[in-house]
Ligand binder design. Sequence first.
Ligand code: MN
Length: 239
Amino acid sequence: MSTLFISDLHLSAERPHITAIFLDFLRVRARSAEALYILGDLFEAWLGDDMVLPEYQESITALHELSDSGVPVYIMHGNRDFLMQEGFAQMCGCTLIEDPTTIDLYGIPTVLMHGDTLCTDDIAYQQFRGTVRNPGWQRELLAKTRQERLALARQFRNMSKSETSTKAEIIMDVNPNAVIDAFKTSNVARMIHGHTHRPAMHDLNLNGVTAQRIVLGDWYTTGGMLECSPEGCELVTFG
Ligand code: MN
């Protein structure tokens, strides 16, 4: 018995082999899990529950088949797919969870996050996040036509591409103080997040207590997951 965590799949028509790996994962590996958690950026872009891009349809169906088989699927927003709403949750038979969410993972309280809120050195991104997470802004966007939303998604994507290429590596990683604050706020000693695409298990000392920060990998070249059981957690890369 184990609980699986994945994030940053960035499913997209540009990388059909990643969708194929994900479909296989949902139909085979995840079937024997106790639960599956997707901690953000499942999709490269989500433009509203009323306009599902054709390249996502098979993944949504496979998610529903997995939850129908008795494996609960929990999904958190990332910085790409923050517009997923209740309609999406129903489409895939999944439960949307807040960022952050604390769960009891085999007796160890564990906080789950996407990870973007920890990257506080990236001030431009944090401002952008404040805008796009505003409910009024989201309502306005969702009222736009399909074409307008597609154009806006392209614009955001180019913006993020050109910014990412010029930003220093350190700015793109988590800020150590933001990590400590997140541990304090959630009052737990274990954290699982994605977003930075730097898979690792970090131990840190919090006032004499050892805390663990587990970072999930992305799915750009191959898939991967974190598998947790009562015996512990392990990062696994596929293929
Ligand atoms: Mn992300």
